[in-house]
Design a protein around this ligand. Structure first.
Ligand SMILES: [Fe+2]
Length: 156
């Protein structure tokens, strides 16, 4: 691709003596193709944000293991956003959903559930009834419709 691009740009410089406009258009096409390649090679971890990206508004999905862990055979994993500072909850700006994943001892990842919230009515605070001892870690995702995708994990 690079050789092809150089060759075309070299041809363009010859053409440019006749028409600078053609060179400008072809150069614009290459910039567009480069942008497409950048998006095509993007990885999920490039869009996931963690505690290093937190500002005044809090987005990290906080994970807490329920008090019943090990008792009454009811284990609860609570996931919520905005422990100290509540996140805005309006139609224009809200946490749209939370997902919880469990990592088993053999590294298998289990999708434990997803909850979607009604903006302005439902706070991003959810409990999953999960057999906690079967997992070595939990990871949660939260999605803010303005500030994107946030991740947090907790090892047991
Ligand atoms: Fe936000």
């Amino acid at each position: 691709m690079h050789k092809f691009k150089s060759c075309i740009l070299s041809m363009c410089s010859k053409i440019s003596s006749q028409s600078g406009r053609i060179k400008h258009i072809i150069y614009g096409i290459f910039v567009f193709i480069d942008d497409l390649n950048r998006v095509k090679n993007m990885k999920l971890e490039q869009i996931l944000k963690d505690n290093k990206a937190e500002g005044n508004e809090k987005h990290l999905p906080v994970i807490e293991i329920g008090k019943d862990h090990g008792k009454n055979e009811i284990d609860v994993v609570r996931v919520f956003v905005g422990k100290e500072v509540p996140h805005p909850n309006t139609i224009e700006h809200h946490i749209a959903w939370i997902e919880l994943y469990g990592v088993k001892q053999d590294e298998q990842v289990i999708d434990l559930g997803r909850v979607e919230f009604a903006p302005a009515f439902t706070n991003p605070n959810v409990r999953f009834q999960v057999p906690v001892t079967e997992f070595k870690a939990f990871c949660a995702l939260s999605y803010c419709n303005v500030h994107g995708l946030w991740q947090n994990c907790m090892e047991l």
